[in-house]
Ligand binder design. Sequence first.
Ligand code: ADP
Length: 364
Amino acid sequence: MPLTQDHVTSALTTVLDPDLGKDLVTLGMVKKIDIDGNAITVGIELTTPACPMKDRIQADIETAVLREATNVGDAAPEIHVEFSARVRAAANTDQPSPLPGVKHVIAVGAGKGGVGKSTVSTVLATGLTKLGASVGLLDGDIYGPSLATMLGLDDMQPTARGDILDPFEVDGLKCMSIAKLVDPEKAMIWRGPMAHKAFSQLVLQTNWGELDYLIIDLPPGTGDVPLSLAQLLPLTGSVVVCTPQRVALEDARRAVRMFQQLDVRVLGTVENMSWFVGNDGVEYDLFGRGGTEKMAEAMQIPFLGAIPIHIKMREHADDGTPLLNFQIEDELTETLLSTCSELARQVSIATELDEGSRPTLTIS
Ligand code: ADP
């Protein structure tokens, strides 16, 4: 008997999304099943363009459809899987978001300054853009904004419509920094309420439009701004950046605890300056590579990836050419993109978990 749409659908109910733990049909990911003679095309809508599970899902679909063909006594079909992606919005929280076009707000924090929080925020935002998502990056480090330089905004002038600022655009990434609005030479000594006001205006009075992910680079430490942010917007979660030496990890642990106390999910940690490759080609574990992963394991939070120190990454930050970080060398590109995919993956998992935990009302 030849395979029908029902047979293929039934086969796809046996294929689980490896992260979400449910089958593709239940998750609403099957968008198309075309049968043309011996050729079967299945259209799958992933929950993020940065999905690291694509290859596995494709292999599982092929196995399931071939098994179904054998069961019904059909010849082995030629199977094509076409992937598309739509980031699903975070489940509605009790309070409506003041940024309804933004599907996920992700805060990037660190226990202390200088560990590479802004560098990692830039890598995450540019990497997710490169992988096909629509992304915004806000420099929320109002005390020491460095993203304007890192993103190459120094010579650009801000524009606004009424009270609403237009974000800057860098290779498809929308971004905004307080350094473009106040005199960057003046130390920004904001007191608590002023810091809250400046930060709120920056987030809410920027015309972000429709975004899959808005990444917010927070000031280091556990000060007022994370609290303001948690009160201002429903956050999908946070990322904690740290370097691996013991003294830095203690600060990172405090940052994780702070987010947890604010009821903000920690989507994962990133180890920056994990190792360094010398001119001799030897890898030096300057700060004790692997410390962050161990900390993440002990605190039962995800580990997103480890980024080495690379002299070119510092140069690209100073020159404001963040996309060039993905062209240094293949292995580093892979490391950076996999850290971005891992974050997107954790966002998809968090969305599905929240969706599943939402109370439902059954009226009979
Ligand atoms: P933070 O936001 O935590 O204060 P930054 O991202 O501003 O830290 O980084 C501090 C300095 O270290 C910057 O000059 C930056 O270019 C450099 N830096 C950060 N991470 C790396 C890296 N992985 N490789 C090379 N330089 C880095």
